[in-house]
Write a protein that binds this ligand. Structure first.
Ligand SMILES: [Zn+2]
Length: 334
């Protein structure tokens, strides 16, 4: 399973900064030790790709470090050339994962970072510079439309399933008036961001929410997705921060609950034969090893579903769909 990373660009954060930058390298190294994952260095997203979502003035300001100080503080990272490069590559990693899953016949692929859902078109926030899932959704729609007149006649439908504990406010705002992208967010009602944006489907959870309540809410939300939308691509933000060991999450999911959550999302996508690109989003374990452990389990679940896609690919000798379309697969179970 292909896993895209940009962890060589590390931000030099001031001492005591609360962002656990080292988690990305720990996760990447853990995955690299397992031969089933193929680690691939992410390419940076270009200005033109970023501009599918972000304003030219914002892209320019991030590229050259000229963002006004108040907006830089809202992001929460000091500017540096590495910060700008890392932000571009984090978008590139989700783009490449989406392309691998959707167009390159792999069904499942992932970014070891990304899920920067607090970024709006014109500004960042909450440790998010550019919105990787939003850029990936728009770019895949553009690549889809270039394939044929038939593809142009029906725009690629993308579902962004955001299970980070914080609301995907930037993503919701970007796609508010876009019927071709369905935004779904399960999040803590009393957590950041305190001014939430309406997604297509929002579920607010109380502080202390445990496994059973969470999984019931997820089931309801996936039911809404199923009833209201038919995605061709699913982008999954698998935040580790609903876990009980998280400093910022305020929820109480156990390891088993987190794994059941991931399994439910991958199973839903598999049942509907929807290719899935995953980004990691947040994770702020009181012990960083907890966050990395939860994320590794997420990758282990992803790998199981990637293997199912591979098995289908091997059993289909002739592609059924258009060349270069989503991988030929048995009909979806709707
Ligand atoms: Zn979060």
């Amino acid at each position: 399973m292909r896993v895209f990373y940009a962890t060589q660009f590390v931000l030099n954060l001031p001492p005591g900064h609360r962002f656990p930058m080292q988690k990305y390298a720990l996760l990447r190294d853990a995955l690299a030790a397992e031969p089933a994952y193929r680690l691939c260095q992410a390419e940076p997203a270009s200005d033109g790709e970023l501009a599918l979502v972000h304003t030219p003035a914002y892209i320019e300001a991030i590229s050259h470090g000229t963002l006004p100080p108040a907006l830089q503080r809202e992001i929460g990272f000091p500017w540096s050339p590495a910060m700008a490069e890392r932000a571009r590559r984090s978008v590139g990693a989700t783009v490449q994962a989406a392309r691998a899953a959707l167009f390159e016949g792999e069904g499942v692929a992932a970014n070891v970072a990304g899920g920067t859902h607090h970024a709006y078109a014109h500004k960042g926030g909450g440790f998010c510079v550019f919105n990787d899932a939003a850029v990936a959704a728009r770019l895949m729609q553009a690549e889809w439309a270039r394939r044929s007149a038939r593809h142009r006649a029906r725009p690629l439908q993308v579902a962004i399933v955001d299970l980070d504990v914080h609301q995907g406010n930037g993503t919701a705002a970007i796609f508010r008036d876009d019927a071709s992208v369905f935004t779904l967010s399960l999040h803590g009602a009393r957590n950041f961001p305190f001014r939430k944006e309406p997604s297509d489907c929002d579920v607010e959870l109380p502080d202390g929410c445990g496994d059973a309540e969470y999984l019931q809410a997820l089931e309801w939300a996936l039911g809404e997705l199923e009833r209201r939308f038919a995605p061709d691509l699913l982008i999954y933000l698998a935040g580790a921060d609903p876990h009980e060991g998280d400093r910022l999450g305020r929820l109480k999911l156990t390891d088993d609950g987190m794994e059941a959550r991931d399994r439910r999302v991958f199973e839903w996508a598999w049942q509907h034969r929807v290719p899935l690109a995953m980004a990691m989003a947040g994770g702020y374990g009181r012990d960083i090893a907890t966050t990395v452990r939860v994320q590794r389990t997420t990758f282990a679940v992803a790998l199981q579903y990637w293997r199912r896609w591979c098995a289908v690919a091997e059993s289909v000798s002739e592609p059924v769909g258009d060349a270069g379309g989503p991988m030929a697969a048995p009909p979806a179970v709707r």
